[in-house]
Ligand binder design. Structure first.
Ligand code: SF4
Ligand code: SF4
Length: 166
């Protein structure tokens, strides 16, 4: 079962993305659903401020550095800092609605910057599912090996009974 958002607000306090503000504005001019919202409501903050708000952003900074990709930080003026709630919940853009999986299988790497996120439950569930699959594969391999060993043993016994003639 998929996890639900615990509304901790962590993913909205500091947002790290590859696009500078001018790109958000350009997307807005093109009528893009994300750009139309983010160009108005997301405001640049410094890297130090992003780290202060969410120390987990260090993971994103490191991965951007490792892949030589740009990274820009923003705050959203629709986040109520007192309640951690989104004040634009019904109008929030796809980039917010789809977070964190955007229809993909849950991946640990995507959540590393968000230590307290309740969606870690999905990651653990998927990891357990994969582990169960691996165990089932191992068990069926073992059963096959035992079956082959049984066949070989019976064939050997038959050969011995026949005086070495198969
Ligand atoms: S619109 Fe709402 S969900 Fe999206 S970043 Fe802002 S506060 Fe968070
Ligand atoms: S970090 Fe996770 S639990 Fe917290 S508000 Fe964002 S989606 Fe919800």
């Amino acid at each position: 079962m998929a996890a639900t958002c615990s509304k901790c607000g962590l993913c909205c306090r500091a947002i790290g993305i590859r696009q500078p503000k001018r790109e958000l504005r350009a997307q807005a001019r093109q009528g893009d659903a994300n750009g139309s919202f983010t160009a108005r409501h997301w405001h640049r903050i410094s890297r130090a401020e992003a780290l202060r708000r969410n120390p987990g952003m260090a993971y994103r900074i490191e991965s951007a550095r490792a892949s030589s990709l740009p990274l820009y930080f923003y705050e959203c003026d629709a986040l109520d800092p007192r309640t951690n709630l989104c004040m634009a919940h019904t109008d929030r853009p796809p980039v917010c609605r789809g977070f964190p999986w955007y229809g993909r299988a849950p991946e640990e790497a995507w959540l590393l910057p968000f230590k307290e996120c309740s969606f870690w439950e999905d990651v653990r569930e998927r990891q357990l599912g994969l582990l169960a699959q691996q165990l089932a594969t191992l068990a069926s391999r073992r059963a096959l090996t035992e079956r082959l060993a049984g066949l070989r043993a019976r064939r050997l016994a038959r050969t011995v009974r026949n005086g070495g003639v198969t």
